[in-house]
Design a protein around this ligand. Structure first.
Ligand code: MG
Ligand code: ZN
Length: 216
């Protein structure tokens, strides 16, 4: 019985996500759903991306958080439209929340919409928002066992960003076996090694993003 209820919720979410996708497409907005555990660098990635693409691509941001608007305030200082969703304790964004946010953003003047999901490697993987790509950020301090512990998230990601590579000399993290584990469950995934703190190899992520945007 419980399983049926969950399936109904996910089906309803899927329909709402489709409506969001149509709204995004009709406004030529390319949307990325950013997923990670807390502290892996979603906000830092958004800031680095805004910095890189300033004057080139019009960016908008949706900030999903359990509470507070700290991240939205930081991003708002960059002069891009940003909308905060507080889930009031909820552990993921859903398509209905995203729909409300989309209706409160100037979609006509946004080309790239970055959606920072709630920091959590479990249920955000199950709730589509209408995004075009799911991007998962995994960071060196979290350890290299995450693909085994949270396979659904890695299976569904279109790209995985390994963040904080500047910390590699100090921590034990086997990038090769980490990447192999992801590829084994998701052949099509793109994997990037970056540091938002130092800007190292951010350009590779930006190039991928620009290719996706050109297909919009
Ligand atoms: Mg954040
Ligand atoms: Zn959840």
């Amino acid at each position: 019985m419980k399983i049926k209820v969950l399936k109904d919720i996910l089906d309803a979410n899927e329909q709402l996500a489709e409506r969001n996708r149509q709204l995004l497409d009709s406004n030529s907005v390319f949307a990325v759903n950013l997923l990670s555990s807390p502290g892996a660098g979603k906000t830092s990635l958004i800031l680095a991306t805004i910095k890189s693409l300033k004057g080139e691509i019009k960016i908008g941001v949706i900030e999903g958080d359990v509470s507070s608007s700290l991240d939205a305030e930081v991003i708002g200082k960059e002069g891009v439209p940003v909308l905060q969703i507080n889930t009031g304790g909820g552990c993921h964004l859903d398509a209905n929340m995203a729909y409300t946010a989309l209706n409160n953003l100037p979609l006509k003047s946004i080309e790239l919409l970055l959606i920072e999901n709630v920091g959590n490697l479990i249920c955000p993987a199950e709730f589509a928002l209408g995004e075009h790509k799911k991007v998962l950020i995994s960071s060196i301090p979290e350890g290299d066992d995450k693909p085994f512990k949270y396979p659904l998230m890695f299976h569904k990601a279109d790209a995985v960003l390994i963040n904080k590579i500047d910390l590699l000399p100090y921590l034990k993290f086997d990038i090769q076996s980490f990447s192999q584990a992801i590829k084994a469950m998701n052949q099509a995934v793109e994997i990037f090694q970056i540091s938002c703190a130092t800007g190292q190899r951010i350009q590779e992520w930006i190039s991928w993003l620009l290719i996706q945007l050109s297909k919009r």
